[in-house]
Design a protein around this ligand. Sequence first.
Ligand SMILES: [Zn+2]
Length: 266
Amino acid sequence: MRFHISTDLEGVEGVVLPVQTESGNPMYERARRLLTREVNIVVQTLNELGIEEIIVLDGHGANQAYNLVYEELVDGAKYIMGSPWPDYLTMLTSDFDGLMLIGAHAMAGTKGSVLDHTMSSISWRGAYINDIPVGEIGMCAFYAGSLGVPLVFVSGDDKACLEAKNLVSDVEVAITKYGLTRTSAVMLPQTTVENNIKSALKRAVEKCKIIKPLTIDGPVSFKIEFLLAEHAQRYWNKEGAKLLDARTVVFTGKDARDAIERWLST
Ligand SMILES: [Zn+2]
């Protein structure tokens, strides 16, 4: 079996403050190690389960995606680090058995969720796939679904896990913390997080064949609602980008993957 894993930082155990996600800050250096620990737990567990191929995409901070502590990574996976990537979920192809998300966070505007945002907390108010509100979890799930690959595992705070469940009811989730406000949470001990991840992963691998890929009939639109009109300015008069109003831009493709790639290439 083959699994593609995309990582983020906001949903990782122990991470609750914006400074922990900003490179250059001493607290970021510690957060990187917490992320690396979770990734290692996942890779080791999948190795023990006999998974042939594991790709891990270091996904936090698209402009400077170098979060994993390379020298601490365990054997048994291929790690994609650095940016930009050739496409959104790089190296994901239709012959994978599942997509997994580590350190995921809830979409912008989710009450009581840790560091909620969609792509950018500075310029994005929200995003939609055919008018279904999506955050990054939904974008990844629909993108993989276009390739026939189901979302099978998510780790993150309780709101991120709920968001994943609302999209894909059979997805297995591992809660790392319980969000109180955007910058506070009830933390779980590391051993509890480790056990949550291991048991959810085992269930995900067992049932991945019966989890349905998240698909939607085409054509599919990917709509971005920016916070301000000036954030949408770069899409004025760009082929493939349709402005619905001063701060809302739509990209249309044959499926969700195509629509998201059209946004990325515009
Ligand atoms: Zn992130």
